[in-house]
Design a protein around this ligand. Sequence first.
Ligand code: PEP
Ligand code: MG
Length: 755
Amino acid sequence: MQGAGMTSVSRRLLGRLRDVMAGSGSAQNRLDKVVTLIAADMVAEVCSCYVMRAGEVLELFSTEGLKKESVHQTRLRVGEGLVGDIAAHARPLALADAQAHPNFVFRPETGEEIFHSLMGVPIIRGARVVGVLVVQNRTMRHYTDEEMETLETVAMVLAELVASGELVDRAELVPVDGNALLPLRLDGVKLNGGVGLGVAVLHRPRITIRRLVAEDPDVEAERLKKALASIRSALEELFSRPEMRDGEHRDVLETYRMFTEDTGWLNRIGEAIRTGLTAEAAVQKVHDDTRARMSQIADPYLRERMHDFEDLANRLLLRLSGDEDGTPRPELPEAAILIGRNLGPMELFDYDPKRLRGLVLEEGSATSHVAIVARALDIPVVGRVKDVLDKIEPMDQVICDGDSGQVFIRPPEDIRETFAEALSQRQLRLAVYARLRDLPAVTREGVRIAIHMNAGLLLDLQHLHDSGADGIGLYRTELPFMARSSLPDVAAQSLLYRKILDQAEGKPVVFRTLDVGGDKVLPYWNPYDEDNPALGWRSIRITLDRPAVMRHQLRALLRAAAGRELSVMFPMIAEVAELMQARKILDIEVAREARIGNPLPGKLLVGTMLEVPALALQLDALLPLVDFVSVGTNDLTQFLFAVDRGNPRIAERYDTLAPTMIRFMRYVAAKCREYGVSLSVCGEMAGRPLEAMALIGVGIRSLSVSAPAIGAVKTMVRSLDVVALEAYLETLLESPDHSLRGKLRSFAQDHDIAL
Ligand code: PEP
Ligand code: MG
């Protein structure tokens, strides 16, 4: 009963607010009327509106009940007092005895000492708090949840007025960056490789809602239903496209489809409609509330998932605010670089991929759904470029360098030419490499070097054949785990692994077991806050502690192989005992499969990664137990030199071509040869021609590199004279130099080795 009563009260209030907002008078005048209305309607002696000003200051802009002379005088910093606290945390507050609250600050000019209770809500526009709306009472009043809801709804209606800028004296607005038209180079994070040149197209999904208050809630509920149905059918259409048949981007959209069925979210929108908002205002309100609260959450996975909701909310808003069929965005220029805060997984499909040359985001991470989709569409992406939207104008020239994680805005002619030249050189080189595809990777004297490929997505498999790689030397299995919202079960995993083996068409694939933790956080495992995640609970340490996960993965791999060869590799092994423990789990699974009569792999090879230097001192115990070893130089370098691989300040401090590193590799190569165990190197180092040359020079005969690096490495191999190189390297290994890079480069030059 009471709930229904409140709903009608807020509906009446909303109707009156609509009249005031649409009426004449200055913005200040309308705001004054609004606070008077709210105070009367909510039976509060005070209603005040604070507006966010430059420098994170909240200024009292209008009040009913406090002293009028305090308007435009009383100011609170964000975080200061109860009003500042509401703004800082973007969350409402209701207190029967506000003055007893530790954050209460007394402002004598307002005369508020006689009011005991206080309820306040943030005024939110987009993800930003633009003000705070407060009511106060003399008595120690206990505000109800319904009253809080009402005030939140009103705050949302007010948001447009507060954020419109009409209230604030134009001259006081923060000036735009005076450098706006100069060339800029901004640093970000590489999310997908490649380089693109084009003109900026701003992705601003924000839609202005014109109609906030509804005539008839039933009509609005129906409009919402229709809009949802049309999104679902658009999704179905997307699923039926050939490029969506499989791959992780399909998983991403499957997760997205689940959001369109999320009852919690839909119920909240339904409730907002019943309070008298239009369908679009209800979507916006629920979305703004969630987003403002979520922005307080540090967990990167949860924050990423917000963008799926954001995408969905925007899509709904597009349809509800007039653009009924959600028409695709305007045609892109011939070569476009899309700039946005973040994109939902479905949004990229709105743009013509042939014209999209790059994507620059203010947010995003390697596991963002949009990054996975961009990878599928082969679009370079640079993420976490701070404030890029403020620094760029539509149609500005932009270079999106996904290889170095940099963005050039309005680059001068010479930089543009340099990049354009590099791009066409790259095309030329690709054409040359394509011709090498079917030629073997042999040195001049006929030494065969195996060149494998690193992969992590089903779609990488297409490169296995067009690059001419010998096989997949490292399949990182964690990506599909990260694209989903829950742990994939044995059936789902085995389906994926089977597809990988099918598509490899008999070429060997080395599956690395789950290597998460550190910076690769899984959504469904609570990450511990670790001071040193690279040295923390990660990789094999997690899967040995959670053996069920490991068992399911191994079971899925065994079933996928069924009669075919299977290579399993364990990551981050630091001691032989860990390898033995992992191997035991594998043996248990093999026995189990045999017992239930499932076909076993035709051949089962077990290997380990060598990433932790300690393992190199246990090779005599380790090598008799494994079929192969693969050196992960990315982690190895960071542990060998005690240097964080993700810290740009020191990432370049030590060189992978330091004599120590090369000596280390020579030692491991010799040991593996002695025990007849195959050895490969799969870190990034192996994909750089000069580094690959050095590795071959100390006895390594197998490399696993990213697909784009294969051509260059093969070209180097085919021009190499190993015997001369080995002899030369022997003379360098004891050198105290910081790096052998210079000397090796000169050697390559003198011997016509193509780098
Ligand atoms: C490595 O550490 O070199 C490696 C190949 O593993 P990842 O880069 O996936 O940690
Ligand atoms: Mg590693």
